[in-house]
Design a protein around this ligand. Structure first.
Ligand SMILES: C[S@@+](CC[C@H](N)C(=O)[O-])C[C@H]1O[C@@H](n2cnc3c(N)ncnc32)[C@H](O)[C@@H]1O
Length: 251
């Protein structure tokens, strides 16, 4: 799997995930895509809010390699009807197909090489029903969102039920040659205690490359949205969100 990332694999950090990231328009958009779906696969499901929101009327499976994230997912209200599996989106093969395969929260960006990105896309293709659809999101490199991930612009105060007020901030480096952004995440409780910090890396990929990789992996985008409200993609959109089917789909 991509290098061990404490942000997800360490319970101390995973405990901040929902508070610091929130869940919003992606949930609503995916709920719309899932309207007629009887089965959903959520790759890189993290703390499981999306997977849980789509049960229990559907067969829902969430896959993530980070046990600390899955512990939170499994403790969520409604999680009893969801199958959460510790696994890697590049290699997992469940031997079944789904009406909808999703990979949200920019989980696609944890794959730092094109080989790993292709492996994850092939996993999507391997689990799509003939008429099934897929969706995932990746930040548009043209929007250069990482410029905001510096201490002065990213400082926020979280109201944490365990520690009270917690100051959180990021810092960042961008490698123009590879497209890899490495960012630090810091958490410091105002009441004192340990200063938690860790560094994560993610890859930014442009739309042309995503389109080419989709085709190589047997997938076809019906459309690209530029945000989770479903707006059409434009070159300066914040997101690249392909929504599509198997390349050979009959729909
Ligand atoms: C930014 S979080 C997104 C989580 C969730 N999908 C959301 O929308 O909040 C990225 C997730 O990708 C997971 N991840 C890392 N490597 C992975 C891999 N090889 N296969 C599947 N998921 C992976 C992390 O453990 C983490 O839960």
């Amino acid at each position: 799997m991509p290098a061990f990332d404490r942000l997800f694999d360490d319970a101390a950090f995973a405990g901040f995930y929902d508070l610091d990231n929130g869940w919003g328009d992606d949930l609503e958009y995916c709920a719309g895509l899932a309207r007629d779906a009887t089965s959903v696969l959520d790759l890189g499901c993290g703390t499981g809010a999306l997977a849980t929101s789509l049960g229990p009327t559907r067969r829902v499976t969430g896959v993530d390699p980070a046990a600390a994230m899955l512990d939170i997912a499994r403790a969520r209200a409604g999680a009893q009807s969801i199958r959460f599996i510790e696994g890697d989106a590049r290699t997992i093969r469940l031997g079944e197909t789904f009406d909808l395969v999703v990979m949200t929260g920019h989980a696609f960006q944890v794959f730092l090489t094109e080989d790993d990105q292709r492996a994850a896309l092939r996993t999507i293709a391997a689990h799509l029903a003939p008429e099934g659809r897929f969706v995932f999101d990746t930040r548009n490199p043209a929007a250069r969102e990482w410029l905001e991930w510096v201490p002065e612009a990213s400082l926020r105060v979280l109201d944490d039920p365990r520690f009270g007020k917690v100051r959180a901030w990021n810092d960042v480096t961008h490698d123009e040659s590879t497209g890899i952004v490495s960012y630090e995440t810091h958490y410091l409780a105002e009441a004192g205690g340990e200063h938690l910090s860790t560094t994560s890396s993610i890859l930014f990929t442009d739309k042309a490359k995503i389109e080419a990789m989709l085709l190589e992996c047997g997938l076809r985008a019906e459309r690209f949205a530029g945000d989770w409200q479903g707006g059409e993609w434009t070159p300066d959109a914040s997101e690249i969100i392909p929504i599509g089917t198997l390349a050979a789909a009959t729909v």
